[in-house]
Write a protein that binds this ligand. Structure first.
Ligand code: CA
Length: 708
């Protein structure tokens, strides 16, 4: 028998007072039983690993919060982080303490009962690294083991902290700081080692993962994901084999293949799985002009955790050219397939197919489209290869590619409910039209120079003939409950903004995910019925669950940002509520309130007129899109994390050359672009900004029409 939790609390309070009138119903023995059932049997339960357990199923065994009482869920506490930008972290909870990361790889240790700060660690990331990354100074969380909290920093360091007080135990640089490597991913523990990858495949790097000794921080092994220059010799046989699938002088472009998210350790099979990213540049014709599969781009690779030795791989997208990374969440499970139990690995990478692999052998078990896909019709089960559609590689600026470079699924982690047998995927529909580059752009990318080998960002928004239609009907995000055995959708959640945030599933028969862009919602795991929601703010990362002192909590970190916010463009929106990086925890009967939203009522300054001729404006737009657009937004439309340049004040315009070339705002991440731009270029950008600012100003401040 179940009772609403608020009633239970009232009854508990009544018992405390001893003089309470006897409730009409239920009777005292039943009350005792309810209290015992609700409070006594619930042990303290941590969320100690990134995906809760080594399988990374993001399934909590806690069921105190369930389908019958989730309506009583309320805010227990909130904590405001010290930044107002992107947060993508999965918090960990160990022994009553929450370890969560915010922007700039900062670590917050909070009392998980009430959100009080226990300690704070700021790794003092060099802000100039912002121009080395594609997608904001986000971080997806720490690793915890044996009294150590390990964070990977945006500028490429791995730092081990004492869980007790945040003191630095060891620190190691995992990347060449001269190149455009950044780290946004969470490290993973594999036995006595900690493993970390990196990002930067939009800016010309060669991807790898490295393992470090947990005790000393000494590097134990490194596995590159793509081959280097053959003249330098290959690191191992896997690289030698991979090099046969590349042509031209790919190493001059870096090659890409960064492992920026999924790393999963399977202690039972003693295998480490890594998800490998896209090519650098995206355009395979530039990177590997004679074609080829370009191993191990867009692949899942199994390694020996002790040595980093290659074991097997499965490539999701041979000859990757659309930014179809396969570094999305990798999840392990046991499924019954054709009457037989199988140890599987599951992934929903950007390319729109849901893959089920045998995690021991790497054998492809099944692959079906979970999202809207037009680049391949299906995966041929005989060869394991996708069958591309005739127009898949037509990049004329008009042919729409689905999914886009943002993917049908990106960094927000999925969740699995083993009882329901469903994987919950935050799916995106998000089209793009690539344009082959002009010859002038066939140059190598680097810091401050996003060159993915397409003119995708030239023309803002991309000049797709029916773009309006596509924007209205197809830019969306939706939670999809996927049956991984039948490879079909069971139910779909409400439609929202493309990036939904991550997903949690619980033994209470609930699925928690972001809904309608600014709410955390609970769905029935079996039917998809929405049972509860609460305003959380702008966007949220990955929910978790834990229990302390007999109470179950649902917690989530939030902060709008990431690549989606930086790139902005057609999906950007007007901010009126200021972005807030925040952690929130909910429990049954929670009564805390969020601080009131900070409304941004600033008025756009009236811009000076643009004085340049049409050719200069066009050049300004082109240069802007090459060097500025990936932070300040496609078509100058930002997602609100970086300044909207159209709103620049007169003072900013006066300081334009000092900012763009002199680097006077370097401490805020706006580095000098003097290596790429001349004073004339900077002025052309300024004129383009002024022209667009005037356009926006007229749209939002229409002149009164004479006679009205
Ligand atoms: Ca990418």
């Amino acid at each position: 028998m179940r009772y609403p939790f608020l009633l239970l609390l009232a009854l508990l309070a009544a018992c405390d007072r001893e003089q309470a009138a006897a409730p009409a119903s239920p009777g005292a023995p039943e009350i005792a039983a309810v209290i015992e059932a609700q409070v006594a049997p619930l042990p303290d339960t941590d969320w100690a690993l990134h995906g809760n357990d080594y399988r990374e199923q993001r399934f909590s065994p806690l069921a105190q919060i369930n389908r019958d009482n989730v309506q009583e869920l309320g805010l227990a506490w909130s904590f405001d982080m010290y930044t107002q930008r992107g947060v993508e972290a999965t918090p960990l909870v160990v022994d009553g303490v929450m370890y969560v990361t915010g922007s700039w790889s900062m670590v917050y240790a909070l009392d998980a009962r009430n959100g009080e700060l226990k300690w704070f660690f700021d790794p003092q990331v060099d802000r100039s690294f912002l121009a080395k990354g594609c997608c904001d100074a986000v971080n997806r969380g720490v690793a915890y083991t044996d009294g150590k909290v390990i964070v990977a920093t945006y500028d490429g360091r791995l730092v081990a902290l004492s869980a007790a007080d945040g003191a630095v135990l060891w620190e190691v640089q995992t990347t060449d700081r001269e190149q455009s490597y950044t780290i946004t991913g969470a490290p993973r523990i594999a036995g006595d080692k900690v493993v970390i990858g990196n990002g930067g495949a939009e800016l010309g790097v060669r991807g790898y993962v490295s393992a470090y000794d947990l005790a000393s921080g000494a590097m134990v092994w490194r596995f590159y994901t793509v081959p280097g220059n053959p003249e330098d010799g290959f690191e191992n046989a896997a690289m030698e084999r991979a090099a046969k699938t590349w042509t031209g002088e790919w190493w001059q472009w870096g090659g890409g293949g960064t492992v920026w998210d999924a790393i999963v350790y399977n202690p039972e099979l003693d295998l480490l799985y890594i998800g490998v990213g896209n090519g650098s540049p995206w355009n395979a014709r530039l990177r590997s002009p004679g074609g080829g599969d370009n191993l191990y781009l867009a692949s899942i690779v199994a390694l020996r955790p002790d040595t980093g030795e290659y074991v097997w791989h499965y490539q999701t997208t041979p000859g990757e050219t659309w930014d179809y990374t396969a570094t999305q969440h990798i999840m392990l499970a046991e499924l019954e397939i054709d009457g037989k139990p199988r140890k599987v690995l599951m992934q929903a990478p950007k390319n729109g197919f849901f893959y089920v692999l045998d995690r021991q052998s790497g054998e492809l078990i099944s692959a079906e489209q979970y999202g809207q896909v037009n680049w391949a019709s299906h995966v041929d089960m005989a060869t394991g290869r996708p069958v591309e559609t005739p127009n898949a590689r037509v990049f004329d600026g008009k042919n729409v590619s689905l999914p886009s470079n943002a993917g049908a699924h990106n960094w927000p982690p999925m969740a699995y409910n083993p009882d329901a047998g469903l994987v919950y995927i935050p799916v995106m529909v998000f089209p793009v039209a690539f344009l082959e580059p002009t010859e002038e752009k066939d140059s190598k990318p680097g810091q401050g120079y996003w060159n993915v080998g397409f003119d995708r960002m030239a023309g803002s928004p991309p000049k797709i003939p029916n773009l309006g239609e596509i924007l209205d009907s197809q830019f969306l995000g939706q939670l999809v409950a996927w049956d991984p055995v039948k490879q079909e959708a069971r139910w779909k959640g409400p439609v929202g903004r493309p990036v939904l945030g991550g997903v949690l599933s619980t033994a209470g028969g609930l699925v928690f995910s972001v809904a309608r862009a600014d709410q955390l919602a609970a769905f029935d795991a079996y039917t998809g019925e929405e049972l509860w929601s609460s305003y959380t703010g702008n966007a949220a990362a990955a929910p978790i669950s834990y229990a302390i002192d007999g109470e179950q909590y649902i917690a989530i970190a939030q902060g709008f940002g990431g690549g989606y916010a930086a790139e902005g463009g057609p999906v950007a929106h007007d901010w009126k509520i200021r972005n807030m990086s925040r952690v929130m925890a909910f429990k049954l009967g929670g009564k805390a309130e969020l601080p009131p939203p900070r409304v941004d009522n600033r008025e756009m300054p009236r811009p000076a007129p643009a004085t340049a001729d049409a050719a200069t404006l066009e050049r300004g737009e082109s240069v802007y899109h090459r060097h500025c657009g990936y932070c300040h937004g496609d078509g100058l439309r930002t997602g609100g994390v970086t300044p909207d340049l159209r709103w620049s004040s007169g003072q900013t315009h006066e300081m334009w050359q000092d900012i763009v070339l002199g680097g006077v705002l370097r401490e805020r991440g706006m580095v000098s672009f003097s290596a790429y731009l001349t004073p004339d270029d900077a002025e052309a950008i300024r004129q383009y900004v002024l022209a667009e600012a005037n356009r926006l100003y007229l749209e939002t401040h229409p002149e009164p029409v004479a006679g009205n």
